[in-house]
Design a protein around this ligand. Sequence first.
Ligand code: 5GP
Length: 206
Amino acid sequence: MKLNDKGLLVVLSGPSGVGKGTVRSALFKMEGHDLVYSVSMTTRGPRVGEIHGKEYYFVTREEFERNIRDGKMLEYAEFVGNYYGTPLAGVQEHLAAGREVVLEIEVQGAEQVRAKMPDAVLIFIAPPSLDALYKRLLIRGTESEEHIRQRIEKAKREINMAYEYDYIVVNDTVENAADKVLAIIRSEHATVKRTLKNYKKMLGVE
Ligand code: 5GP
């Protein structure tokens, strides 16, 4: 019995370094779901091991700005000197086919999704502490001291933005956080606002 015919758009967001990417990959390794990851476009250069089309579509600023002008981005933001954004076409296609699409994006982008697609489920991934966030950024070793400082300052401001979200998941352990995200997705499927219309149609009581 399928009560939702349209897919669910799930947004994982929160401060940089909070472990959104790790939570997302743990989520995708879990069994029993059929989630699709929306690969973002960015102007930042690839880190070691990152592959075009897998982690990101790596493009020039010129190309990114052309996509913005042509209305091809669902959302985008400039983050620490680079553009990041979600190509609209893929998301629309998957949702129309009834698939669950997961975005992993920073908070300005999440705000834009909220405005453009009010049906999306917004999940704020929060750090267990600022100290934990600092350590994670330091261990990652890909950022300069100045960049880390900027990211921490940004994270402090961003925590207040959780008020705009539907759920908050503290990333205490990656497994816990991924588990919670999956539980949220499952519960969202059973919400009255997403199912009642189709259910009534099925019962013939409209
Ligand atoms: P990183 O450079 O560490 O891969 O990503 C920097 C930040 O950009 C992270 O917070 C990441 O979640 C965010 N990000 C990645 N893709 C997108 C996107 O498509 N849109 C927005 N708004 N942010 C993104």
